[in-house]
Design a binder for this molecule. Sequence first.
Ligand SMILES: *Cc1c(COP(=O)(O)O)cnc(C)c1O
Length: 377
Amino acid sequence: MDFTTRCIHGAANNTHTTGAVSVPIYQSATFAHPGIGQSSGYDYSRLQNPTREHLEKIIANLEEGVDAIAFSTGMAAITALMELFSIGDHIIASEDLYGGTVRLFDNINKKNGLLFDYLDTSDLSKLRGLIRKETKAIYIETPTNPMMQVTDIQAVAALAKEYNLLVIVDNTFLTPYFQRPLTLGADIVIHSGTKYLSGHNDTLAGFLVTGRTDLSEKLRYIYKTTGACLSPFDSWLLIRGIKTLAIRMERQEENAKKVAAFLNSHEKVKKVYFIGLETHPGYEISKKQASGFGSMISIEVDTEATAKQVLERVNLILFAESLGGTETLMTYPMVQTHADVPIEDRLARGINDRLLRMSVGLENTEDLIEDLKQALS
Ligand SMILES: *Cc1c(COP(=O)(O)O)cnc(C)c1O
């Protein structure tokens, strides 16, 4: 079955007998046992819930994994994931990660004895140089947030195999519609389901997906023990959002290409970071490993004053964190998403006070461009 169809029919709706086309919201904390030592397959909603399970099957199917686990947020998913590691374990991560992930690694996981090194993971020889005997995993985002660096997942996976390391990919920006890291050799895929998967800027969610049953068992154990599970109602919202994932991703990308072309030609815009531009250094790798470029664009404008003016003047475009939804959002990474990243690191990576990040939504592009024009004038 095609991906588009699997977004809608990717899991058998076998949890009820009424014929309801929409999967019911099983708003139940606990489930009665038919007898001693017997179970309907559902015992307690922290372990499994029929609505959430339906969602998890769809995500596992779309990412081509054996299991997907739905968390209350993306950060809850990453926090649970880090419980796979023990004191002294070393993890190599992309330098341009989501700010919340850096905060988790540096302020919580380090305190608990994990060790991290950050680098531009698109540079494989440098990556190899950082591997040591304590190294357990390589953690990548591709494209990265907000600088849109692209890492060759297959090449990283080949390197990781030599040293028996886990490859973890945060696939939030492209979603399985455009990129399926498990099929490229990754062991675990992460999602902030809050973004494109939910798609409407109304729900928080997170996922861990794996193609390995040994990892699925370990992660399920951590999940039921630590308990940051997605509620039945939010699971239902995700199921609903994913039904239109394919069509949303297509149109948002089409919109992003038009908006990027406009920005690229504007005199006050000095740089456009969009992986769909042929001049982007990651363009060829993106074409090889993904079937599309997504709809995230970062731009560097001429002055800090222009950046602030744009944020204050946009009307249709909302000055808000988050991404991937129907509404076009713009953020100021320097002071918002990446405020907790040390200033020297931020500047070294190009996250300066002239940088703006946009998530292009589903509005008409002429309206979006009009809004940008007046904000930049
Ligand atoms: C938003 C985001 C996260 C965190 O997810 P939440 O749902 O906000 O907790 C992690 N990684 C990336 C790439 C994100 O964009």
